[in-house]
Design a protein around this ligand. Structure first.
Ligand code: FMN
Length: 163
């Protein structure tokens, strides 16, 4: 088996949540894409990261933006995940959202929303890592959407505590 296949299999053994990262393009229009590379980085200051494919349609717009929002999807928002992983026209006309404190779109009924300013970017192979400093946080009491081996789900009842 080649290294890329092994790499994909290994990463498939690491389930994630799902986010939609939003920003504004140079004309002030809302942009967004489905992202599961989101991760926590630092508590002091509050930093998170995500990475964007250099071939992504919105690559230039996201890497030129100075602010972005991370919308952590709730378990019943698989439709939003697919909407923002597609090239459907007028995606923000097909979902409910409002501008956050920073003016960037916040998607309605998501489990958590993190408003960020760009803290740093790191060139990393065929992706660019965007590190964001969190400027505003909003949490809802909702189960998250999970992603594992190209399948979506929610936290199973059998989730257990390690003793
Ligand atoms: C569950 C899931 C997670 C994704 N995570 C990322 C990601 O972390 N970074 C990224 O650049 N693209 C990611 N994508 C792909 C983008 O959402 C997708 O490429 C983009 O929205 C539309 O494709 P386009 O840029 O080729 O038009 C993910 C897609 C899905 C379905």
């Amino acid at each position: 088996m080649d290294a890329v296949t092994q790499f994909k299999q290994a990463l498939g053994n690491y389930p994630t949540g799902v986010t939609v990262v939003t920003a504004q393009d140079a004309d002030g229009n809302p942009i967004g894409m489905t992202v599961n590379s989101f991760a926590s980085v630092s508590i002091d200051p509050l930093l998170i990261l995500w990475s964007i494919d250099k071939n992504a349609f919105y690559y230039d717009a996201f890497t030129n933006a100075t602010t972005f929002n991370v919308n952590i999807l709730a378990a019943d928002q698989g439709d939003l995940c697919m909407l923002f992983a597609s090239r459907v026209d007028d995606r923000f006309g097909k979902c409910e959202w409002h501008p956050g404190q920073n003016g960037v779109a916040v998607l309605k009924d998501t489990a958590s929303q993190l408003e960020c300013t760009v803290y740093n970017t790191v060139d990393a192979g065929d992706h660019m890592i965007l590190i964001g400093e969190v400027t505003s946080i909003h949490n809802e009491d909702k189960e998250p959407l999970l992603y594992h081996k190209r399948l979506f789900g929610k936290i199973p009842d059998a989730f257990y505590q390690q003793s």
